[in-house]
Design a protein around this ligand. Sequence first.
Ligand code: SAJ
Length: 440
Amino acid sequence: MTEAAVGRAEERCAVVGIGYVGLTLLCALGRGGLRSVGYDINAEKVEKAGRGEIPFEGADAELEELLREVVAKGMISTTADPAALSEATAVFYAVETPVDPFDNKPKYAALRAALNVTAPHLSPGVLIVIESTIAPGTMSKLVLPAIEHTRGWKVGVDFNLVHCPERVMPSRLVRNISTCDRVVGGVTPACAERALPIYRRITSGKLHPTSALAAEITKTAENAYRDVQIAFANELAMICEELGADVYEVRELVNSSPGRDVHLPGAGVGGHCIPKDPWLLCSSVTEFRPTLMPAARKINDGMPVHVAKLVAQALEAEGRSIPGAVVTLLGAAYLEDTDDVRNAPALTLARKLRDLGAEVRIVDPHVSALEEFPVCPDLSVAEGSDALAVVTGHTAFKNADLTKLGARMRTRILVDGRNVFSAEAASAAGFRFSGVGRGS
Ligand code: SAJ
């Protein structure tokens, strides 16, 4: 096999950006026997990670253990000095690529800065891999020219360039990077070939060499697809509410038909990927105007507001209005059993209820604050509440004693945004019960 295919015996890697994607990748490279350095502009992150400590929220125990292991073995180090990248034969970029909340267009300030600061230090022959999720066309329009113009290099001759989009997930960081298939998109076929031996060292999943453009479309499409699937479930939930059916029962019945996979309706769609990636995909076309993906975004972004409406309707039925009511949200995190609050639906709901005049309290055993809202670790804060609204399906909530909880409330209203409680159990505990997709 050519050197490109077998990889270099003396491969030395570098990761630019040691957030949860970059640090997970750095540790996986170290565990794969590839001596690697993590570079970041944040000196505190560099210092903490270099000591074997996770420098951010949202990691899992597996990553904590793996980081300590690869640091102790001297397989990885960290630095805030970009000059250290000159030693690397392969450099991976894992910096944030958010979208502007106002126009949903990609914001590449971090990616441009990372390329501008590091490109002058890269050595000829280096393999450059962009792991950040980017809009289709970004490799050809932004990344390639940034490298070629800065260094006067030619891709495929002086350096190799690949887009291998990350597929990690908070609470499953190490598991995903170790087992997920990877799409290895080369600006040229030889570029993709050059990257395969490295990825073979970090995942047992299949490697799919392709073009950089196909890789950009694949990653944004896989999340846009999930967003549309969730939006379908949410729209079905609204229909079931009006018709008086239980969407979770209907979902199971639909999914008994071969090839169906109705997802879970709920209080909204948060996280760092799903709300953003459909916009990255849609922003890449200017002639064709996508309609389905923006519509799905609108449906999913509307779910926290729908939960607020369910709360208002329940309060009214109990003779209370929202102004002056005390509403306790169960859950701040965007995803069950995690402490991750990025784009959390709970924040949208809390602000909506507050703007309607309610006093909002939030309970979450995994989260200590949600922007301007304090978060309490246990359900005692529900004392004196008029309504409980389930926003996150934490396991801890599933075991709550509704009778005890209800006894301490001023009004017993339960609005379930995550199918955590049964209508029967809630009614037996004296609650007025409603929920997303839970037709009365
Ligand atoms: N959600 C629903 N209904 C569903 C599934 C999710 O309402 O049926 C909500 C969740 O409550 C959450 C949001 O959507 O608020 C996102 O949930 P998620 O399970 O998609 O988790 P994420 O955001 O961490 O998604 C990531 C993505 N991974 C990457 O982008 C690399 C996604 O592609 C994966 O499918 C997902 O992890 C996963 O489940 O692995």
